[in-house]
Design a protein around this ligand. Structure first.
Ligand code: TYD
Length: 234
């Protein structure tokens, strides 16, 4: 029998717009570099040349007439390309892959927010993504109102500063985001061993320490008694 391919570690970040994912991914990337752990960072939608074009179509507020099913199909077109070009090769090379959003986003936003339901998302994931599952998912769920206000502020600044408009989702009503939030909680309750939920009013450092703790435990770093990987060094 052929040997199992070498498998890295697949870590995804999830949460509402403005939940602080980007900050935490940057902090964790520096931490991984300091530990000499081989890793790459990518995001969805986007990350590949094709994906960046799909991202532009999906996030531009001028794409107002996209149907929910078209949106869903485009999210998966992007993801299939990202797995093929970026994620699968990095995992096969034994790297830690940090991915900013993955299929939980599709289930929460298109399944929940757009009310397409979970089943169609999970089925497409099986068909188009070979049912690839993250080893660990960090779900950041700070206060809904505060994260939305942050995301909307950030987009206004970005449009003013760069002319790049990625505000199509942030323009949705609060009820859309309430459905996204509820679906995220449903997914987390369904898959408690994969998903670590970080909720409430915590500082950037406190969240970072929780993420480092969760990842270290999964990577077996804590068990090996390597105390330099503990939260104190984070
Ligand atoms: P992005 O600028 O990456 O937002 P954030 O920094 O908050 O992650 O924009 C991604 C947007 O796309 C975000 O509003 C969530 C949405 N999205 C979906 O609706 N479905 C998906 O499958 C994915 C990956 C993203």
């Amino acid at each position: 029998m052929a040997a199992e391919p070498q498998r890295g570690f697949f870590l995804t970040f999830e949460g509402l717009d403005g939940s602080g994912k980007t900050t935490q991914i940057k902090r964790l990337t520096s931490w991984l570099a300091a530990q000499d752990l081989p890793h790459i960072v990518t995001r969805q939608p986007g990350g590949t040349a094709t994906g960046d074009r799909i991202r532009a179509l999906l996030l531009d507020s001028k794409s107002a007439a996209l149907s929910p099913r078209t949106e869903l199909a485009m999210m998966f077109a992007d993801r299939a390309q990202s797995i093929q070009e970026i994620i699968a090769p990095a995992l096969a090379a034994g790297q830690i892959v940090l991915c900013d959003r993955f299929t939980d986003s599709t289930e929460a936003y298109q399944g929940g927010g757009r009310e397409l339901g979970s089943q169609i998302v999970l089925e497409l994931h099986r068909l188009l993504c070979n049912n690839l599952q993250p080893d660990l998912t960090i779900l950041l769920l700070p206060n809904l109102k505060a994260s939305l206000a942050r995301a909307r502020r950030r987009n206004t600044h970005e449009i003013e500063a760069t002319g790049k408009d990625e505000s199509r989702f942030e323009r949705e009503r609060d009820s859309f985001f309430q459905r996204v939030h509820a679906k995220y909680l449903e997914i987390a309750a369904r898959e408690p061993s994969r998903i670590v939920v970080i909720e409430g009013k915590l500082s950037i450092d406190q969240v970072h320490r929780q993420i480092v703790g969760a990842l270290s435990a999964r990577l077996g770093l804590l068990q090996q008694g390597q105390s330099q990987f503990s939260s104190e060094s984070a």
